[in-house]
Write a protein that binds this ligand. Sequence first.
Ligand SMILES: Cc1ncc(COP(=O)(O)O)c(C=O)c1O
Length: 415
Amino acid sequence: MIAQRLIGKQVGRGAFGIAREVKATEKKFGKDSVINSTLGTFFCEDEKLGVLELVNKTYRELESPDIYGYAAGVSGSAEYKEAVKKSIFGTHCEEIVKNSFVDVASTPGGTGAIYTAFKGYGNDGNTVLLPEYMWDAYVHITGANRLNNVIYKLFDGNKFNTKDFSEKMLEVVKRDGRVLAVINDPCQNPTGYSLSFEEWKEVVEILKEASKYGEVILINDIAYLDYDFRGRDNAREYMNLFLGLPENVLILFAYSMSKSFTSYGLRTGAIVALSSSKKVIDEFTVVAEYLCRSSWSNVSRGGMALLVKAYEDENIINGINAERDQWVEILKKRAEIFERKSEEVGLAYCPFSSGFFLTIPLEKNKEEIVNDLKEKKVFVLPIKNGIRIAICSISCKKLEILPKLIKESIDKFNK
Ligand SMILES: Cc1ncc(COP(=O)(O)O)c(C=O)c1O
């Protein structure tokens, strides 16, 4: 019955599937004896979902029409679009907006932004470059939009693999006259890697080189932007490199309020286009609105109103940032524990900089190892070529013992 293009498509069990098993084990043995590393949401040290208090207060104080009414404008209100720009570009906002063309369309979370980017800029059969370790939704969204994907190697030793990224990008653009590429940065899901400013410079040179052969669309997924251990300003410094690019290079930011504003369930995000060409952005404005109307129509008015209110009042946004910064400190501590304990037992992990996750690379016997960990009441997310450790959701106390448990399970199967 199902449409031809969807035959065989499914999301698999993923994190949401395993969550049910975790709940059942917690119920049987108590929460203290279970380590749940499956979900990508921030949990405080008491293992309760982290909700930024000032975000909650600001949302609850919104007027009823601001929550229950339809959004003003299919692709979001003008105020929301301004707030999104401030949220993405931070202290660089004025300079970036003055020296390029930028427009915004609201989307249901970062997922909606990725969907719009692929749907809006991928012709049937085009190829999207995706990182070797990645958020698996990218693959599903290419699949739902009749796009192919090619995987680029993420690392060369401890660094971003600019060579492989460049080779793959040139190969595709020379063949198709167009290439789309996703870089999830900073705080990549699932490795926690962040490109340095120098590495971004190299990436921008690659985009320029590729643009000699066709259209280049870079999708920069910034879902974890506000959790960068380098601090808010440093995390955004690379964005200035996107100014003055050739007119056939388009930068699309996939923006999400889910993590930065702990608004996972409000489903509010945006796709933000940046270009040197007014024509490219005018076209984006019209088509992004069309894509909103022809899919979800418009997004949560309350979610958008929350961001607007936060940026209208410096005290609110500064307060939210300060609260979140305390969590960044907790994440730093958790990462330090995990790294130290891993080194003690000789557990290898992918290059890590900051954010919610780390990755243990694993080529062989993944299923056996994941099942063995379950026996010890440890639930980790199996991903392609590895397992993901969600330091965002594990307390410091549990992280002290986790590397040893993982190492023992690996050693049991991979001698
Ligand atoms: C890398 C990455 N991008 C985007 C998203 C989108 O999240 P949302 O649709 O909730 O904004 C997520 C969520 O887990 C993610 O991990």
